[in-house]
Design a protein around this ligand. Structure first.
Ligand SMILES: NC(=O)c1ccc[n+]([C@@H]2O[C@H](COP(=O)([O-])OP(=O)(O)OC[C@H]3O[C@@H](n4cnc5c(N)ncnc54)[C@H](OP(=O)(O)O)[C@@H]3O)[C@@H](O)[C@H]2O)c1
Length: 240
């Protein structure tokens, strides 16, 4: 893929955590970056520091990726403003956990609609323009939970198994158009994803910056190479 400058990225869920680190890393590399989050306040808070450090190259959007029409409008707006999307990072996600016999329908739907449906909406909307331009990279932030089921993880596992399946099928479809699709499967990352009660001793965990580095590494691969699935885990977790 030959990237014109400035290259344009769209990162879903860029207000904090992994997505925010990816936005910051891409900006530091000279990209123009659009990101979204669900509320005006979270988007404005994230923009405050990013704009100060990278004026004119970062744009925040209030979008709920569970709503297909909002995602389509987001992508149309990015294309209108920036002319292209070279990289989509499907990162927005959340977890709701509980035994399969107890998890409520609302929690189930929220997880599937965010982690799986939202990623599909964004991938499809962006793929159309990438096919026209003959290039692009779509990075789906899945999880090791995309291949390792765990008790209490029915909704989250289902969403991430689904995301990994979609990612690898899309990779096979889209590579013929010059578009590369990669799933990143992180282990534990120290972000707000975990409630404060489970963020006491976190030194062993990955950071958002570790995942951002993985994204940048991917983007530096030569045109002929397509890493389609990357697992990244803490090197020294507590013995359990
Ligand atoms: N942390 C981990 O250990 C870990 C491990 C493996 C994979 N992951 C995956 O990594 C991704 C990022 O997680 P994180 O740890 O960075 O979590 P986080 O700190 O809780 O951040 C989640 C991000 O997603 C956004 N988001 C959630 N629902 C959204 C929606 N409906 N529409 C738009 N944006 C939405 C949030 O934005 P607002 O709140 O501003 O709306 C926020 O920016 C997720 O897909 C998660 O499953 C995390």
């Amino acid at each position: 893929m030959t990237l014109d400058t400035p290259s344009v990225a769209l990162v879903t869920g860029g207000t904090r955590g992994i997505g925010h680190a990816v936005v910051a890393a891409l900006l530091t590399e000279g990209w123009q970056v659009h990101f979204c989050g669900r509320s005006d306040s979270s988007v404005a808070r994230a923009l405050e520091t990013l704009e100060r450090d990278h004026p004119g190259r970062v744009f925040g959007h209030t979008v709920d990726i569970r709503i297909q029409g909002e995602v389509n409008s987001l992508v149309a707006g990015v294309l209108e403003q920036s002319g292209r999307v070279d990289c989509l990072v499907n990162n927005a996600g959340l977890g709701r956990f509980g035994p399969v016999d107890a998890i409520g329908g609302d929690d189930w739907r929220e997880v599937i609609e965010t982690n799986l449906n939202g990623a599909f909406y964004a991938l499809r909307a962006v793929a159309r323009s990438m096919i026209e331009q003959g290039s692009g990279w779509i990075v789906n932030v899945a999880s090791l939970a995309a291949k390792n089921p765990f008790a209490g993880g029915a909704a989250y596992n289902a969403s991430k198994f689904g995301l990994l399946g979609m990612s690898e099928a899309a990779m096979l479809d889209l590579r013929h158009h010059g578009i590369r699709v990669t799933a990143i499967l992180p282990g534990s990352v120290d972000t707000d994803f975990r409630p404060p009660s489970r963020r006491k001793d976190t030194d062993w965990m990955l950071t958002g910056e570790d995942i951002a580095r993985t994204v940048l590494d991917l983007l530096s691969y030569p045109d002929r190479a397509l890493p389609s699935r990357i697992e990244i885990r803490p090197s020294r977790p507590p013995r359990g």
